[in-house]
Design a protein around this ligand. Sequence first.
Ligand SMILES: [Zn+2]
Ligand SMILES: [Zn+2]
Length: 280
Amino acid sequence: MPVRIDRIIKKLEEQKGKEGRLPQVLEFYQKLVHIQDRVGKRVGVPNPRFSDNEISSRIAQGKPLVGFEDLVIDLPLLRKTFREIAAIFAEYQELIGPIPEQLTEPIADQFITQESAKAWFEGTKLPDTVAINNDNETLFREIIHASLRPLMLSYSVAVIDMVKQEDWRRGYCPVCGGNPDFGFLDNEHRSRWLVCSRCDTEWLFQRLQCPYCGTTDQNVLAYFTDDEGLYRLYVCEQCKHYLKTIDLRQAKSEVLIPLERMYTLDIDKQARELGYSPCN
Ligand SMILES: [Zn+2]
Ligand SMILES: [Zn+2]
């Protein structure tokens, strides 16, 4: 079940209260989360109806429960959200890098279509109108990811209980088909769970397998830990991707995965320096 946005807001407020001011990256994130919270309340809870047969057949075939055609996208709301989020990105260019004007001006609306949302969702090539150059394309994907996040979370909340964890155990999300960008080792059984980069669905996965290329060859899989043993960086020599993971048994305070993504940006940097790339 995704972490509720109000818990993230509360934890950031507490941190701000304690430290006086949030680090810039968290300040940026806090602004995004406030927009996502507001949009999430407008999106509401979807009610996709699947029969038990449909659910088991999809799961057995490795088909995620929600396809693009199941998403009900409110385009005017998405356009407004995109503009608001692009404006926050533009405010933090020092942190993020330059934002082309096309993405922050009202003209950006023309990029937000069913086709571009579909291309983002399915990981296919963006329409030519958007794919102006590589830099724009990466940014566009990041901003649309942040803009569609409230909708994606609402689908996860609506359908995750329909998935029998033992029956899935694949390297991609059972709800939306997204790739994991975080993992955790649970308190009780030391099982490894993966977390979807798009909808925050959590699902059970093998401890000794790469979720990205599927290899189980132990000669190409490894992990590094930090001094406290709280974080692990799983790496795969076969596909050269990495996965950040937190060991909940070592955690001394409440763990909220969306915030952990931000707390561990240094690990991403180290992973890239070691020659691995994220896969999300
Ligand atoms: Zn997902
Ligand atoms: Zn791999």
